[in-house]
Ligand binder design. Sequence first.
Ligand SMILES: Nc1nc2c(c(=O)[nH]1)N[C@H]1C(S)=C(S)[C@@H](COP(=O)(O)O)O[C@H]1N2
Ligand SMILES: [Mo]
Length: 328
Amino acid sequence: METVPKIPDHEITPPNVYFNRRSFMRAGLVAASTISSVSAYRLFNPARTKVATTTPLAGLQQSTETESDLMARGWRVAEEKTPESSVLSYNNFYEFTTEKEGVAAAAKDFSTDGWQLLVDGMVAKPRNWSIDDLHAISPPQERVYRMRCVEAWSMVIPWAGVPLAHILESVEPMPSAKYVAFETLFDPSRMPGQLTDVLQWPYVEGLRIDEAMHPLTLLATGLYGKLLPPQDGAPVRLVTPWKYGFKGIKSIVRITLLAEQPPTSWNRYSAREYGFYANVNPTVDHPRWSQATEQRIGESGRRKTLMFNGYEEQVAELYKGMDLTQHF
Ligand SMILES: Nc1nc2c(c(=O)[nH]1)N[C@H]1C(S)=C(S)[C@@H](COP(=O)(O)O)O[C@H]1N2
Ligand SMILES: [Mo]
């Protein structure tokens, strides 16, 4: 990047601000002049979020496969997990707030009682699912995945959930179904961020059907062995670990199978910056910043971003022959 124009706060919070502040806090009150006034303000007025404890996830399956088989599938990663406290307190969820460290507090009273997930469109058997219904056809499995935000920070998260393929197979997609559209709840009385126009609501996402059926694609209902907390997308969110984090749409109420590619929220916001595919790719930079490296939460220094976020062996086949600089 040659020039870095002023980036509105809601689009990207440079992770180095967050981390400088954290290491500064560890180091004690030494380098006050090196941090920005914003982080200095926050340092002395810490908005410490009380992180909600959540309910254990019943029926989490113990895998019978060996660790190396699970790693070959991409279902485990041999990297340190991001501390649970960071996964629960550093979030993007614009339906509540654009302040990453404020999501947990802003979402803490979000009730998901009686949640229904409608799966419809080009399927033989459309139906409404409760979270228990999802777990009844496919007991929750643990998946330890890398998560790479388009803003160039990353985590390693132990999710629990149901392969999306199991749900889609049970509603019997028609041959004409080529894409899968996802939609977050729209209810400004419960999601106050929806009273602002920072994005067009509801948040929507989409996958090609072969991406949706891929064994890495998870409907997550838990993390760290517990039910998903509100700030991470309760009660059910998408996880596609080889794609940028914004594909992982939270608090899903509807999944619709379609013949045509559906609109997606960040692509609608800025098509030249955020593509439909959003595959992690260190060689295709965001127009305003490099994607070659990332800040792993809790680490000092940066690490190299991996092609398809390290899932090349599992997913490269899906994109054979495609120009990834065009289909970014
Ligand atoms: N509905 C909805 N889903 C969303 C978002 C959002 O603002 N609204 N943010 C996305 C972005 S940019 C990221 S990086 C991940 C963050 O997930 P996490 O907070 O559980 O780490 O959620 C994604 N899903
Ligand atoms: Mo993100």
